[in-house]
Design a protein around this ligand. Sequence first.
Ligand code: ADP
Ligand code: ASP
Ligand code: MG
Length: 812
Amino acid sequence: MRVLKFGGTSVGSVANINQVINIVKNGAQDQHIAIVVSALGGITDLLMQAGTDASNKDDYNTAFKDIEAKHIEFTRTLIPDSDEALDEIKNLLKSLESLLQGIYLINELSPKTVDKLLAYGEILSSSIIARAMYAQGLDAVRKDSRDLITTNDKHTKAGVNYKVTNSQIEYYFTKAKQKITVLPGFIASTANGDTTTLGRGGSDFTAAIVAAALDVDQVEIYTDVSGMYTANPKMVKQAKPIESISYHEAMELSHFGAKVLYPPTIVPVMSKNIPIRIKNTLQPEEPGTLIHNQNGQSTNPIKGLSNISNVALLTLEGGGMVGIPGISKRLFETLSNQGINIILITQASSEHSICLGVMEDDAGKAKNAIDEEFEYEISLNKIDPLTIEIGLSIIALVGDQMKSHQGISGKMFSTLGKNNVNIRAIAQGASEKNISAVIAQKDVKKALNSLHERFFEAQRKQLNLFITGVGNVGEKLLNQIQQQQEYLKKQLNINMRVLGLSNSRKMLVDESGIDLQNWSALLDAGEPATLDGFLDHVVELNQRNSIFVDITANADVADMYGKYLKQSVAVVACNKIAAASDFKNYSELKRLSKAYNAPLLFETNVGAGLPIIDTLNNLIASGDRVNRIQAVLSGSLNFVFNNFKSGDSFHDVVQAAKAEGFTEPDPRIDLSGVDVARKILILARESGLKINLEDIENEPFLTENNLNSSDVPHFFETLKEDAAHFEKLVAQAEAKNCRLKYVAQLDNGKASVGLQEIPEGHPFYNLEGSDNIVLFFTDRYPTQPMQIKGAGAGGDVTASGLFADIIRTATF
Ligand code: ADP
Ligand code: ASP
Ligand code: MG
């Protein structure tokens, strides 16, 4: 004997019903098969809609017509030549229409009538499917479950009388002549013959009741996914089917929202040790999930994650609750009398407050009943009126083995914290099979995905980039990302995606990742860009491991960092403005980065792609002390002084540097030393100094005349006028066999920048082109400094520095 159940989506289309018939045909032919079917997909909801409309004296006919059309179409297609079948279905639909008319007239929809109404879904579907099987040559007959399953009269979620039910089922199947019996799921009846239902999703339960009564080897539940997954596959793309799971684990997962199995289903089969196999109707070859009496240790103590949406948190609080016995009893009794299901309970050890999670729909009813029950205490101000918070969800981590593993809740909460998911309440079952947390509805997807990543994909981390500024460097970065995506997945287990792009005109956001081959055209077709608009998108997408990448030189963009960090979004910048801004701002950003667990990285601020700041941070972290830093940090100044020899025109050399693109559009920014001063300021701050730009000694080598020039052309004029000044500088150096280098220095807590005469043999002497060099003199490198040297400017190296910072965020 086999028991198979097919859910609503499995019988939601003619093609799917044919697939169901194939599965049955391909099954063992030598044993009896009981087939439990749900209503055709979506019909139960439509019936409820029609009933509600009718009872509100609204138009119920629209919903009814949909129901009617679907069933008639299915009947005509699946059983084309049978007037008998069509008559039967039309008669059923007629009586359904009369029932709706009745509801309309009396203006009322009691739970008893709801059951009568919803039952039509399964009555109709089982009639059509049994006849379709018969028409395709199967020895199939329909049997009404209401004759087999007897319940009490708790309408809409009736309790089963197993004694009566089991003997009725046994009796029927010992006598059954046909090989295949098609049973409507979900419906049952009272001893008096009134129709009842087993609760929404209850067809699974019907199959389990039948299986237990007949003591079969296994129940097979066919649905639209390939088993019970590590998380709802509609929310977590990376979720995978669980191969094998214990009854208790499956029960916890379904209790906390894994809709794939109706929670009470486990009860009848568990006591008889009958396994449940969950399979996919459209992919029956896949193994699916086995739910059974599993004792074996599995490698992962966590089996799955689940979530329930639309939860309300009720809090009963008040000084008068402390030490008074019976408050909880009264509270729970009150809710139980109202038929309200409590999903989660937490109580502070001070007994000052009790927090309960219930479905949002029950919250109003709960408040009225509780405030009434505690009316006296509330009037004496001993207890506050019940507070209700809505818009919440419960997420739960489930696994039998959690109790023997430490640190799981720690990991759970730190993962949520890192991703800025605020936790409103926490509960852990005493059996330690689950840990659940109440969070805002809007955070559910992010929470599930980050927890899934943490517990099931330990190896792979997704980085979600939002990039502002797609000029030369930005373009190079996008190329590098595109080129390295596969490598990162394979070698570093990092899935790097670009979800947002913007320039000063346009912005583009795509939750599933922007196609990097086509980003430029896509961005052009994007929406008008605003800084706050871009931030809003990032916040709204609410993705884990989000990173804002600033590749502009814009002060307004730098002003946004705080807002991103406060959302736990990491910031990676090659823009120097924030790190070189007023110390108060710099340290506030550092504080936010720590408080919100969001990395703030700006390696490319100094020396482009050279690992200068990272090395400095590592030296300090390892306990070394930086005593002195000496560096050449300006590619443009290096270019200028490498090309300026005695007898040359300084004016011409600077002009050439500008033409080659080595200087800022206004060369005074480079030549005045401001840019270098910013860089040494950043290194000084990263070494632990609390200093500002004004604290950096800057002895200019330009003349007053140069510095006071009114604009760039005038500046170049003054360079010509003061040619003798520059000739003198270079001639003096050459006379001492020295070369001129623009040097930044940090010594004994004092930072300075200025032109220096560098003697032969010094590490700076042979610095070429636009290269940068940094020397770190530390306790561990006292005389021979640690040196970092290489190209200090250029699109490709700057992009690779940004790339490195992005990767660094993954290990944060
Ligand atoms: P049926 O109509 O076959 O009874 P349901 O819609 O009741 O199907 O249940 C299947 C659905 O349950 C899936 O499509 C999926 O969206 C949802 N679901 C939620 N959590 C899980 C999970 N952990 N594993 C599998 N499916 C889940
Ligand atoms: N048709 C019912 C429902 O939608 C029962 C089921 O499908 O399991 O709730
Ligand atoms: Mg279901």
